[in-house]
Write a protein that binds this ligand. Structure first.
Ligand SMILES: [Zn+2]
Length: 307
């Protein structure tokens, strides 16, 4: 069973709706046959608004992605279920996969909490406040100013807390991370690695990892080569180095995976497609017990769903 906390399939389908197929084996990193082949249990699908879209077009783009999610991922496949709660996931049959919507960046809600509420009603159950740049909620990891949460950012988090859904800290700059961690009741990092193993502004420093662990959060180790190894070329054992480091800080119960499949141009050697999760599992088996591996792959994220 695999719980993958982040992918960009919806962005790819949005940018190229006619050419790419979710049905074919390897059109994308994640496709229907591959999810089924690997026994995917829960896959999170991010709504990410491409930066060329102007204010006024962004919420509409988010709605279009929700439409694509249903048309291309849910409706054609009887054994992929749209899930919006822990109960939905618990009720999945053995052969079924749960698909959940998430949001990557407040751009989509155009400074309107009502639009966030609409996306919640449409099933979004995890919200990252930024991508790499600044927006109305906070500053992202690559924004030189490095500002914290705005009033609107706090307002968004209040809403997420009230609905008991995740606030995703991946992509936030450090100041915004700390503001968010204080305000959010249910923080996760859907796709981030350890800074001390690979110093990228997208990765988490030791204090951040420890603070997430203290808040009973989960860190989705991500398969982005540039966040795994500073050479930009990564192997499966690089993923182990990041897991090992999080575990060394007391995080054994707080490690998960957020592949970033279909959001990346280059991939880890031996982990170029969802199907190759089995290579990762093979590598994990050299270092960890079955129980630890089950928790990394599924249990640690799944047990933190509070909605
Ligand atoms: Zn991302």
């Amino acid at each position: 069973m695999i719980f993958d906390a982040h992918c960009d399939v919806l962005m790819k389908l949005y940018l190229d709706p006619d050419k790419l197929s979710f049905q074919s084996k390897e059109d994308m990193h994640i496709t229907y046959p591959q999810l089924k082949e690997r026994g995917a249990r829960v896959q999170l699908f991010a709504i990410y608004i491409p930066s060329y879209l102007k204010p006024g077009q962004r919420f509409q783009a988010a709605l279009n992605m929700v439409n694509l999610f249903h048309k291309r991922i849910i409706e054609p496949h009887l054994d992929i279920k749209f899930v919006t709660s822990k109960e939905d996931i618990d009720n999945l049959q053995k052969h079924e996969t749960g698909a959940m919507l998430t949001l990557e960046g407040a751009e989509a809600v155009e400074e309107d909490i009502g639009k966030l509420e609409t996306l919640y009603r449409l099933g979004v159950r995890s919200v990252g406040l930024t991508w790499n740049w600044a927006n109305a909620a906070a500053d992202g990891a690559l924004e030189p100013r490095g500002g914290g949460l705005t009033n609107f950012g706090y307002e968004m988090i209040d809403f997420l807390n009230e609905k008991r859904i995740w606030t995703d800290v991946s992509h936030l700059c450090e100041k915004a991370f700390w503001d968010t961690l204080e305000a959010a009741r249910f923080p996760i990092a859907s796709h981030s690695n350890a800074y001390s193993i690979c110093p990228s502004p997208r990765n988490l420093r030791n204090g951040q990892i420890e603070a997430l662990i203290n808040k009973d959060s989960v860190i989705g180790v991500t398969f982005v080569p540039q966040f795994l190894n500073k050479t930009g070329i990564a192997e499966l054992t690089d993923i182990i180095r990041h897991i090992e480091h999080i575990c060394s800080l007391g995080g054994e119960e707080h490690v998960g995976f957020g592949s970033d499949f279909d959001g990346i141009d280059t991939t880890v050697k031996g982990l170029s497609f969802y199907r190759q999760y089995d290579n990762l599992i093979g590598t994990l088996q050299r270092y960890y017990t079955d129980k630890q591996i089950k928790n990394f792959l599924y249990g640690n994220f799944n047990r933190r769903i509070k909605c």
